[in-house]
Write a protein of this length. Structure first.
Length: 290
């Protein structure tokens, strides 16, 4: 389905054509897995800007304003330095640019781990400032009480287990998880704890396939895989990775395009034309009326 946008200058909103159906809701996403089966896998991609959201929205069920924006947008070395302000601002842009998908916003490192009260304050601020529908946080059993606390107070939570990038300093890197029995058991019990606490979906990142499948079967809510398994109830990728914006991507990323190469070629042509004074041409130049 291809969507075009018309700018409504009175509201500054870019309205999509054709007009999309109503926005999906968290309960509808949760209900896509019935009795352990998800007939239609959930489609999620990251989005950080309004225009990106406009382009992705019609194709996705969920848009994730991931804290991966630290590396992708801000050139930071990891997600650790990402702040609540960054997340709130980008989430607001994504909500403005979307009409159909459920927008989920990542809780950044340091904004929720100290207590469930701290988590509520941060999550409430993100939802109030942006209009997003739900938050995502990393961690399993250790976060279950917080997930229940938020959920009971009107904040839907997406969990995130396996490779949890905010814990890079404890994990020592971004290698796949679940290769030892102890790690595998922990991933499955983390997923179960989040499910029991009321998480509406759980991201399983960088986990060996049999354990991703076991965790998916062990929980009643949908799982969303990234570097996990096609048997998860949905999939997510960082949009810039799958579009080919970066030279280096993790092994689990499929590059659907080579956008960086297209940009490089296009900008080289522009630079050449500017230097040759062939841009702007007649069509791009104003002349006095005759
Ligand atoms: O921050 C992010 O983009 C994420 C996804 C990779 C799941 O958490």
């Amino acid at each position: 389905m291809s969507t075009t946008f018309q700018l409504d200058t009175s509201t500054s909103r870019a309205n999509p054509t054709p007009a999309p159906v109503r926005r999906l809701t968290v309960p509808r996403i949760r209900a896509r897995k019935k009795d352990g089966v998800t007939e239609k896998p959930l489609v999620m991609l990251t989005a950080y800007t309004a225009r990106q959201a406009q382009l992705l929205d019609a194709h996705c069920d969920l848009l994730l304003v991931g804290d991966s924006l630290g590396q992708v947008i801000y050139g930071l070395p990891s997600t650790v330095p990402v702040t609540l302000d960054m997340m709130a601002n980008h989430a607001a842009a994504v909500v403005r640019g979307s009409y159909h998908s459920v927008v989920v916003v990542d809780m950044p490192f340091g904004a929720y781990e100290a207590s469930k009260e701290q988590a509520f304050e941060s999550a409430a601020r993100l939802l109030k400032d942006s209009g997003a529908a739900a938050v995502k946080l990393e961690g399993g059993e250790a976060m279950a009480e917080t997930v229940a606390f938020l959920n009971q107070r009107g904040i839907p939570v997406m969990g995130h287990v396996g490779l949890t990038p905010q814990a890079v300093n404890v994990l020592g890197g971004y290698a796949a998880r679940g290769r030892s029995d102890a790690e595998a058991d922990k991933i499955v019990s983390d997923a179960k704890a989040l499910d029991e606490a009321g998480a509406f979906a759980i991201v399983i990142e960088g986990v060996v396939e049999p354990i991703a499948i076991e965790a998916t079967k062990a929980v009643s809510c949908p799982t969303i895989g990234i570097g996990a398994s096609a048997q998860c109830d949905g999939q997510v990728l960082v949009t810039e990775d799958m579009l080919g914006m970066f030279e280096r991507v993790p092994r689990f990323v499929k590059r659907y395009e080579e956008i960086a190469g297209i940009i490089d070629k296009t900008v080289a042509t522009y630079a050449e034309e500017v230097r040759a004074r062939t841009f702007p041409g007649e069509e791009q130049t104003y002349q006095p009326k005759k």
